[in-house]
Design a protein around this ligand. Structure first.
Ligand SMILES: [Zn+2]
Ligand SMILES: [Zn+2]
Length: 280
């Protein structure tokens, strides 16, 4: 399976590609702008051209854009909801400009109104974005750790959102650390097989397009989103090995979103650990 990392856009989009190439990635993910800011300035034409001229000479596939953390399409607050839809439209446009296959989206937090309404709002928002922006660039709904009032904690809920938007070009991005914190243990081959079965049962297996491979600093069921280096967290080496070798995940691209305290050195270490564990 293609293996890659979440690269930095500190040096622009071309910089993110260069980083991925330097690390020997086969696929890559990056943000389209500062994910904690609402402002999304259009990049200069030269920057986009530079990006595409580098991209042309790489085999990086897929390229995924991770959506802003501010987008909350499950919000009961009308202003935040509309702002989120507007920003999501811009994210789709940037993903298109950058020739990305996927736009990874957290389904958001439902606040006081609860899960059911949150899911309805998120589904409606995706449909509105599609109507305005067209159908290209697959939107991947990522499972969440479920902290606070986040929706998308259970695979059944993610499956429902994917099902309700399936003719609006959506799919599923599975984050292992989020899943683990949400209560899905995956510490060994048996547990990973159980998880695969659940994905088959809920229909998510068919919708799965991308995996975020992260170990978890937080315990199973803690609902805390804290990523850890490959094999040194609570999922541990046996669990990560089982995930990397699970038959269901065989052709799915894996992206690492592991900590970067020592910059690229950490990515080199985590990529090497993952590669050593792949048995096929
Ligand atoms: Zn994410
Ligand atoms: Zn993730």
């Amino acid at each position: 399976m293609p293996l890659g990392v979440h690269a930095s856009i500190k040096e622009g989009f071309a910089g993110a590609l260069k980083e991925a190439i330097k690390l020997g990635c086969e696929c890559v993910q990056f943000f389209s702008h500062n994910p904690r800011g609402w402002r999304m300035k259009r990049p200069e034409k030269e920057e986009i051209e530079k990006y595409h001229s580098i991209r042309k000479h790489t085999a990086l596939d897929p390229v995924a854009i991770h959506c802003s953390y501010l987008v909350n399409i499950a919000s009961p607050d009308a202003t935040l909801y509309e702002r989120s839809i507007t920003l999501l439209c811009k994210e789709v446009e940037m993903a298109r400009t950058l020739g990305a296959s996927y736009l990874v989206l957290h389904p958001g937090s439902s606040g006081r109104e609860g899960k059911k309404m949150g899911i309805k709002r998120a589904v409606d928002a995706i449909k509105r974005v599609r109507k305005k922006m067209g159908m290209d660039v697959t939107i991947l709904i990522e499972n969440t750790a479920g902290s606070g009032t986040q929706i998308g904690r259970t695979l059944e809920d993610v499956a429902l959102m994917v099902e309700l938007t399936h003719n609006h070009n959506t799919g599923f991005c599975f984050d292992t650390a989020h899943g683990f914190s949400a209560g899905y243990s995956m510490k060994n081959a048996e547990e990973v097989a159980g998880l695969s079965e659940l994905m088959e049962r809920t229909g998510l297996a068919r919708a799965l397009r991308l995996i975020h491979l992260n170990d978890s600093k937080a315990e199973c069921g803690s609902l805390a989103d804290r990523h850890e280096h490959i094999g040194t967290g609570k999922i541990g080496p046996e669990g990560i090995r089982a995930i990397l070798n699970a038959p269901l995940f065989k052709d799915i691209p894996f992206i690492l979103e592991t900590p970067r305290k020592h910059g690229l050195r950490d990515d080199v270490m985590n990529l090497n650990r993952a590669k050593e564990m792949i048995e096929r």
